[in-house]
Design a protein around this ligand. Structure first.
Ligand SMILES: [Zn+2]
Length: 132
């Protein structure tokens, strides 16, 4: 199964190898790189061991190519990217940028799929704002 993740601003490919790469910034305004699994609902992540994120800390996500903020406007703690699946279908993927919060939405024109134990947290916002 081959899927691609793209920046919503510059359409640059964020998928490299078995990871999706993000530029991040922590509460102390220290920048780093974060690797996420391309499998939606897999919340493991990899970063340099010198980079620290506390439990529950909100992290700001940016595109590593154009450096645009990936934060979703109008709500705390959510970021979004574009997913192109193996059938070339485009989705918005919205995920929590708060450490430990397991919450992802895969959004097409008609349907919102929820993933993660905390996925009820923003479902009202996502339903109201992303489905037009
Ligand atoms: Zn970009």
């Amino acid at each position: 199964m081959k899927t691609d993740f793209l920046c919503p601003k510059c359409s640059g490919y964020l998928s490299v190898g078995q990871n999706v790469i993000f530029q991040i910034r922590n509460r102390e305004n220290v920048g780093g790189l974060l690797l996420l699994s391309p499998i939606i609902g897999d919340y493991t992540y990899v970063m340099h061991p010198s980079f620290k994120i506390s439990p529950g800390e909100k992290v700001d996500f940016f595109c590593p190519i154009c450096h645009a903020s990936l934060s979703v406007k109008g709500v705390e703690n959510l970021a979004s990217v574009i997913l192109i699946d193996e059938n070339s279908t485009k989705f918005h993927v919205v995920f929590s940028s708060k450490e430990g919060e397991q919450c992802t939405y895969k959004i097409s024109d008609e349907v919102i799929e929820k993933f993660g134990a905390d996925s009820d947290n923003y479902v009202d916002f996502v339903s109201a704002s992303m489905l037009k």
